[in-house]
Design a protein around this ligand. Structure first.
Ligand SMILES: [Fe+2]
Length: 432
């Protein structure tokens, strides 16, 4: 488990660490060292991050708590020891250790994009930029006993180069992040800046060019400036892509995606999930539909054969601020007539947009497609519950009331994942 926090102490002032141990019994507390990172104004790529939006970020510490017993509860607190021997301490927090890879136990995953932050007293948010943000945060906090891990897939804070807003965001989500893993993906508002290697040449990051997201949140990427990574959580295997870097065939990221999808043992981890910020699969969002692509251009062209070949169950996206779910689909055709209880071989990947985390809503196109099974112009988030190796539940909940407005189940066995569907298997030989 990685624990990250911010302080005003650089390593020459105090030594950062986490003191932690299992809950109950005669516990022996361990101390794990923390790394310290920071950055300077000259690491910002442009204004406002480099000019009037700049504020020194302090020191960002990350400690790795290792050799955890799966599912066991632990307590921890953050500490700094000064050279004169004195300490400063945080409050005491607790978390449940993650399930081991392939473990058969109930596992619950929340996923959404584009949440941002807001002020509870309305004091500072003159343009009401992310009006659903507090509702989403509050619903998750209320239901924390029933959530094991969160994925916030891009457009994290919408600080857009006003650096203090990262602290505002991390403060808003701290009740969640101090207790369960909070994984992120990179979006346009984290990374995009002209002439800095982002796939899109927009100014959406306000000059942050990825530095804030890459420092404030730990993800198990090889290098965090290339924000793609895989992660395991019990019976789930996640492949998280970075849409702000090129994903097309021949690129480093494409190789990662293929390797991530192909390397999972589906008997141990049957639930294979792909996620990315921008919609690489299918969306009826107004601007995508206007282009006639119903997704980012070059998304499906590059990756759909991989999702099909490696039998991805569900692909999640943000960026479009609404909710939409497709049928199991391949090459723009529904490959399964069922709508809510999938059993046996799936034939294709279900694509879900969960971009209604909080930022102002996006319109749908009036074009009706055969593949769009459910649309909602509202704030909300997705929740996956794997009950065991053969039964998965997906629910879409609105942020306003936390109730379920759309859902489906998948029931299947290992042989159903192995069975060949269109474009998924190599030819067989008649030789015996
Ligand atoms: Fe976005």
């Amino acid at each position: 488990m990685a624990v990250t926090w911010t302080s005003g102490y650089n390593i020459d002032e105090a030594v950062p660490f986490v003191e932690w141990g299992p809950v109950g019994g005669h516990q022996i507390l361990s101390r794990s060292p923390a790394e310290t990172l920071t950055f300077s104004r000259s690491d910002m790529c442009g204004s406002p991050a480099r000019t009037f939006g700049w504020r020194h970020p302090g020191y960002i510490h990350t400690s790795f708590l290792k050799e955890l017993w799966p599912n066991k509860m632990y307590t921890y607190k953050l500490g700094h020891q000064f050279s004169n021997g004195s300490y400063v301490w945080s409050k005491l927090y607790s978390f449940q250790a993650s399930p081991s890879t392939g473990q058969d136990s109930e596992q619950r995953v929340v996923i959404f994009g584009d949440m941002g932050k807001a002020e509870r007293d309305g004091s500072n948010e003159y343009n009401n930029y992310q009006p659903g943000s507090l509702n989403t945060t509050d619903q998750l906090v209320k239901d924390l006993d029933n959530i094991d891990i969160v994925f916030h897939i891009g457009d994290i804070t919408y600080a857009n180069g006003y650096l203090s807003q990262w602290d505002q965001f991390t403060s808003q989500v701290q009740p969640i992040t101090s207790r369960i893993p909070y994984m992120i993906a990179s979006g346009n508002h984290e990374r995009d800046w002209p002439n800095t290697g982002s796939f899109y040449d927009t100014m959406d990051s306000g000059g942050e060019c990825g530095v804030l997201a890459e420092t404030m949140f730990y993800v198990p990427a090889k290098t965090r400036s290339k924000f793609w990574y895989s992660t395991d959580f019990g019976m789930f295997h996640f492949c998280i892509a970075d849409t702000e870097h090129d994903w097309r065939e021949g690129t480093e990221q494409y190789k990662f995606i293929e390797n991530c999808l192909s390397s999972v043992d589906r008997q141990k981890q049957p639930w294979l999930i792909f996620a990315a910020h921008r919609v690489l699969g299918y969306s009826s969002g107004f601007s995508y539909a206007k282009e006639g692509t119903f997704a980012e251009p070059m998304g499906r062209e590059s990756l759909e054969h991989l999702w099909q070949k490696y039998r991805v169950d569900i692909a999640f996206y943000g960026h479009v601020h609404n909710y939409e779910r497709t049928c199991p689909i391949y090459q723009s055709q529904c490959v399964n007539d069922e709508e809510s209880h999938y059993a046996g071989t799936m034939n294709g990947t279900i694509h879900i947009v969960v971009g209604g985390g909080g930022s102002h809503l996006s319109n749908f196109s009036s074009v009706e497609t055969a593949w769009s099974l459910y649309k909602d112009y509202d704030y909300g988030f997705g929740k996956l519950t794997a009950f065991n190796h053969s039964f998965l539940l997906f629910e879409y909940k609105k942020s306003s009331d936390g109730r379920v407005y759309d859902s489906f189940t998948i029931t299947r066995e290992y042989k159903d994942v192995l069975s060949c569907v269109h474009d998924s298997c190599s030819p067989t030989t008649l030789a015996t």
